[in-house]
Design a protein around this ligand. Structure first.
Ligand code: C2O
Length: 547
């Protein structure tokens, strides 16, 4: 096999955006960062050198890291951070995976500016390309955000005071905010297309915040892949995409004859409920046909309304695995274990020695089954490798501790009696596990894009309200459920996912909305070694940073 080598230098870069010059942390001075392109089956080596004072780590989001958890990246979960002047080479193989993914920093909120595309070209031809409509070119659409302060400070401030989540000042497409923001008309992403040609759009949501709707005016989008797994193709006018998710689309440039301006608005805006509309901003770009030189003044968008739950639900439910003989759907039909966990935001009493600015003198916090995850001061993977985390020591509760009407909106139970700690779910190799993620509306219905490292999972069921263990499993899709690495749990509802635990190691499970992770909406998923040598975690690399 071929080894592809890359060099990532973490460094500051000044960029002009939104009427000011900002200092952003970047890889190689690029914002967004460099695109990694490899072929399915390649060995990959990325040497990361930290040239700034802040600690860092990099995560290859969605790469399964079979037996190579040391290269996964989340700080204090699989490695200690890379300190100033240090280097660490991430080494892994991209086997049996193909499509659009992303990479991003996984230390504090650094991924705010340290992110980029990770593209895996398939070994076999795309299953969705018609011979008479080859792909003419690829268009990257990477969503991000910009802040008015340096993002590395936010987490510490939030945790010190229990303050609410910092909100970005703009969403961006490929690092550009677009014409709806101040001083940004020139900072607008424009994709140029040729009439009659078909394009592959690789949409990546690298934002820290909300699920986004995205559309291109007057054009139809065909979804062919999500989270680097082929889907049954379907057409839509808009998509919804959660932070950490990727969606590959086909677009045929077929609108020229009917529109003399030949420039169309592409736009993305958050999906948030009207009860909690804390973020209401739209990033815009253009799709421009190469036959005309003018940018249209027409700003017609084609987006659902920001609280359009019906669109969000209908769109999400249309995503199905391809489930063909070549790309089968390997969803576990039976399970060994079911874990039901709440995903809660709540208010916690302020410690005596502190002043809390969250709400009502309390602090904002988050938990899963009352466990608010504290990252330990050394990597859990190292502890696991050296001493072994047994199933007995795991302790993550398999059912919610205090039962209540999770989504009925009962603010009196906002204090969920959380415990702070680092409890994890431990399973033997090969376990078929189902995890039911139960949203709670203690503060308000909210977005929770839950991401699991090291494995893809199948989303076998979703619903609104409270999960009913005696009823809901009967309605699961065990034929062609979508295979993903990040699931947007319906606001005020639940999602059930199934995993075959076939990758030994310690895998972070967390909300990909960064403030929620800071508040503790996370746990670990630990898969013990299997009996065969090929089922064991590899030893740590020599250059693994120490804490
Ligand atoms: Cu994309 Cu744990 O992250």
């Amino acid at each position: 096999s071929v080894t592809r080598r890359f060099r990532f230098n973490l460094e500051w870069k000044k960029v002009n955006r939104l009427c000011t010059t900002k200092r952003l942390l970047t890889v190689n001075g690029q914002f967004p960062g460099p695109t990694i392109t490899v072929n399915e089956g390649d060995d990959v080596e990325i040497k990361v050198t930290n040239r700034v004072a802040n600690n860092t780590t990099i995560h290859w989001h969605g790469i399964k890291q079979k037996r190579t958890g040391w290269a996964d990246g989340p700080a204090y979960v699989t490695q200690c951070p890379i300190g100033r002047g240090q280097s660490y080479t991430y080494k892994f193989t991209v086997a049996e995976q193909r499509g659009t993914l992303l990479w991003h920093a996984h230390y504090s909120w650094q991924r705010a500016s340290v992110y980029g595309a990770f593209i895996i070209n398939p070994r076999l031809p795309y299953p969705f390309i018609a011979p008479n409509r080859p792909i003419h070119a690829e268009i990257p659409i990477i969503f991000g955000e910009l802040w008015d302060k340096e993002v590395d400070d936010f987490e510490a401030t939030m945790l010190a005071t229990g303050a609410g989540a910092a909100i970005s000042v703009a969403y961006t497409i490929n690092g550009l905010p677009g014409p709806l923001y101040p001083c940004s008309a020139k900072d607008t992403y424009t994709a140029t297309v040729e009439y009659g040609k078909t394009y592959m759009i690789r949409v990546i949501n690298a934002a820290l915040g909300d699920e986004l709707f995205f559309s291109i005016a007057k054009h139809t989008l065909t979804v062919v892949e999500v989270d680097a797994v082929y889907t049954k193709p379907f057409t839509t006018t808009a998509i919804m995409i959660a932070p950490g998710q990727t969606t590959t689309l086909l677009l045929t440039a077929d609108q020229l004859p009917s529109d003399p301006t030949a420039t169309f608005v592409m736009a993305a805006t958050p999906y948030v409920t009207s009860i909690f509309p804390f973020d209401n901003s739209t990033t815009m770009g253009y799709l421009k046909y190469n036959t005309t030189g003018t940018i249209s003044k027409d700003r017609t968008q084609n987006l659902p309304k920001m609280e359009d739950t019906k669109f969000a639900t209908t769109f999400t439910n249309r995503i199905k695995s391809l489930a063909s003989s070549q790309y089968p759907c390997n969803v576990p039909k039976t399970i060994d274990r079911r874990v039901i966990t709440t995903i809660s935001l709540n208010l916690q009493d302020c410690p005596q020695n502190k002043t809390c600015t969250g709400y009502d003198g309390k602090m904002f916090m988050a938990s899963m089954n009352n466990q608010s995850f504290l990252r330990p001061s050394t990597s859990i993977l190292e502890t696991h490798y050296r001493t072994g985390l047994g199933t007995g020591s795991s302790g993550f509760p398999e059912r919610p501790l205090n039962k209540f009407d999770y989504t009925g909106g009962n603010a009196s139970t906002m204090n969920t009696n959380m415990e702070f700690g680092s409890r994890v779910i431990v399973v033997p190799y090969g376990t078929k596990i189902e995890i039911v993620l139960q949203g709670t509306n203690l503060l308000a219905p909210e977005n929770h894009p839950i991401h699991i490292h090291g494995h893809n999972f199948y989303v076998v069921g979703t619903g609104f309200g409270n999960f009913d263990e005696s009823r809901d499993p009967k309605g699961y899709n065990l034929v062609d459920p979508p295979e993903r690495n990040t699931v947007g749990v319906p606001m005020g509802g639940w999602a059930a996912i199934r995993i075959e635990a076939d990758n030994p190691g310690v895998w972070f499970v967390h909300c990909h909305f960064e403030p929620h992770t800071s508040w503790g909406l996370a746990t670990g998923f630990v898969v013990q070694d299997g009996p065969l040598p090929s089922q064991r975690l590899l030893p740590p690399p020599k250059d693994l940073p120490a804490c």
